[in-house]
Ligand binder design. Structure first.
Ligand code: AMP
Ligand code: ZN
Length: 135
C-alpha cells in the first residue's frame, strides 16, 4: 500500500521518533504548529476514526495520553490540543489514522488558531532526542 505513515511505521521512511511500542508509533510533525507537535499513529493501517477497530483505538488513545503528559512535563507546556481529522473536508491530508498532539505555551487562549511552521530537520532531530520516551 502506498501510505506514507505505513512506510514510517515500517521504518522505510525516517521519522523523528518520540515513542514506539508494538502497536503504536509517535513522531514529530515535520510542519509543526508548535514546538513538540507530535503525531501518534497505530502501526496497523486504517484511514480514520470510523474504520479503526476499537481495540486499536483504545491502544492509540492511551498512548496519546501518555505522550501528551510526557510532552507537557518535558517541554513545560501550559496546555495542549488533540486534533484528529477525518476526510478531506476536515483537512485530512494523510489517510492513515493519526492524532495530533499540539503543545501550547502562554496564557489563556479562547481561539484555536494553527499555522504550519517549516520544521528545521536539525532542530527536530535534537528535540526528538530530548523528548524521546524509552520503551
Ligand atoms: P492531517 O491534515 O491531519 O492529515 O495532518 C497530516 C500531518 O502529517 C501534517 O501536519 C503534516 O505536516 C504531517 N506529515 C506529513 N508527512 C510527514 C512526515 N513524513 N513526517 C512527519 N509528519 C508528516
Ligand atoms: Zn497506512
Amino acid at each position: 500500500m502506498n501510505c506514507i505513515f505505513c512506510k514510517i511505521a515500517a521504518g522505510e521512511i525516517p521519522s523523528f521518533k518520540v515513542y514506539e511500542d508494538d502497536l503504536v508509533l509517535a513522531y514529530l510533525d515535520i510542519n509543526p504548529f508548535a514546538k513538540g507537535h507530535t503525531l501518534v499513529i497505530p502501526k496497523k493501517h486504517s484511514e480514520g476514526l470510523l474504520d479503526t477497530d476499537d481495540e486499536t483505538l483504545a491502544a492509540v488513545i492511551q498512548r496519546v495520553k501518555k505522550v501528551a503528559a510526557h510532552l507537557k512535563a518535558k517541554l513545560g507546556a501550559d496546555g495542549f490540543n488533540i486534533l484528529q481529522n477525518n476526510g478531506e473536508a476536515a483537512g485530512q491530508t494523510v489517510k492513515h489514522l493519526h492524532f495530533h498532539i499540539v503543545p501550547r505555551f502562554g496564557g489563556a487562549s479562547t481561539e484555536i488558531a494553527f499555522a504550519n511552521g517549516k520544521g528545521d530537520f536539525g532542530e527536530l532531530e535534537k528535540l526528538a532526542a530530548q523528548i524521546r520516551i524509552q520503551g
